[in-house]
Design a protein around this ligand. Structure first.
Ligand code: PLP
Length: 366
């Protein structure tokens, strides 16, 4: 009798390095300042919380499997066709559903050098081959991506703005990228941070999805809407892509409380605008302050800053120093930045605490 081996995953699955979320707790007692996961410092709209709580009376009922109320609210808010919106358990689920539907062994999918790590996982999980395109100035490089398109390419993932760099591609560049792709390659525009962008040359993806057959835009309620715990995202798709995703998603893939909270959050534009204003003001002033103490900050269009440490000052030491002061930023080695930390813009108090601690760190033994 041969030795028992037990179940074996499909080839390639065990080559996947699991996604490591930002640290959320430290040993010992006391509050932590957690700026490691790009969560909004303003929290969700009180109206979203209220709508969520109301759902407690209906927990024995299945939710609306097509999330119609949410899709219609999104369609009204952005002027979209509700039939082409697919809701998901976070945009992560939608990225994985796209990979499940369109990628398999022998296929290639491209993402950029410092692109969001979920793309690589989704590609590998479905047996396809990840292809990495180098960036220029820590920004996706359209020519480098187009140079890597082959007959096997099926998908291109772009986070716009990108996590963890915070850099973005102007709409002209996104259009140029799309124009260079064959019709059977899907361009996935992951616009998780779209609401934060204050740049006239930016477009999240709605226009390209509306006018092309092969662009998909993904969005999330986890960031500016402050509903990360509920896991709610959506994709705007060409009709055949929406139809495809609807065939393979779980029949009740988003929960009733999530749908209710999402609809209420969308209706509270004032709360969202306050979050944008807070972010813009602090993103710019924190970047300037951090530069003044000798750090280099990548210009960011999003809700976080990629902070680079100079020679002689390691990100690892800074991280330890911050932990001792109960502050958690995000290590970004696995994104190709061993000498940087990513800081989510926090409340005024949190930002000041980070600045004080890093000023002390940079002043030490300089
Ligand atoms: C670029 C990007 N896309 C997608 C996501 C996933 O968001 P969600 O919570 O909607 O799954 C994140 C979260 O960090 C992100 O940074």
């Amino acid at each position: 009798m041969t030795a028992k081996r037990g179940p074996t995953p499909r080839p390639g699955i065990l080559d996947i390095a699991p996604y490591v979320p930002g640290t959320s707790a430290l040993p010992g007692a006391g509050k932590v300042i957690k700026l490691s996961s790009n969560e909004t410092p303003l929290g969700p709209s009180p109206r979203a919380v209220e709508a969520y709580l109301e759902q407690a009376a209906h927990l024995s009922r299945y939710p609306d499997g097509s999330a119609k109320g949410l899709r219609e609210a999104l369609a009204a808010r952005y002027g979209l066709d509700a039939a082409r919106i697919v809701a998901g358990a976070g945009s992560d689920e939608l990225l994985n559903l796209l990979a499940a539907a369109y990628l398999g062994p022998g296929d290639e999918a491209i993402y950029s050098e410092h692109g969001f790590l979920v793309y690589k996982i989704a590609i590998l999980a479905h047996g396809a081959t990840p292809v990495v395109a180098p960036e220029t100035d820590l920004t996706a490089d359209v020519d480098a991506i187009l140079a890597r398109v082959t007959d096997a390419t099926r998908m291109v993932f772009i986070a716009n703005p990108n996590n963890p760099t915070g850099t973005y591609l102007p709409f002209d560049e996104v259009k140029r990228l799309h124009a260079g792709l064959p019709d059977d390659v899907i361009l996935v525009l992951d616009a998780a941070y779209a609401e934060y962008v204050r740049a006239n040359d930016y477009e999240a993806g709605i226009e390209l999805v509306a006018t092309t057959q092969n662009t998909v835009m993904t969005r999330t309620f986890s960031k500016i809407y402050g509903l990360a715990a509920l896991r709610l995202g959506w994709a705007y798709c060409p009709a055949p892509v929406a139809d495809t995703l609807n065939r393979i998603r779980g029949p009740f893939n988003v929960t009733g409380p999530s749908i209710a909270a999402g609809v209420a959050a969308l209706a509270d534009d004032k709360h969202m605008q306050e979050a944008v204003e807070h972010n813009t003001a602090w993103r710019d002033s924190m970047a300037a302050s951090l530069e003044r103490i000798g750090l280099t900050v990548t210009p960011s269009a999003a809700s976080f800053l990629l902070v680079h440490f100079p020679d002689g000052k390691s990100a690892r030491d800074a991280d330890k120093f911050l932990h001792e002061r109960r502050i958690i930023l995000r290590r970004v080695e696995e994104y190709g930045f061993p000498d940087a930390l990513r800081m989510t813009i926090g409340t005024e108090k949190e930002n000041q605490a980070v600045l004080e601690a890093l000023t002390e760190f940079m002043g030490e033994a300089r």
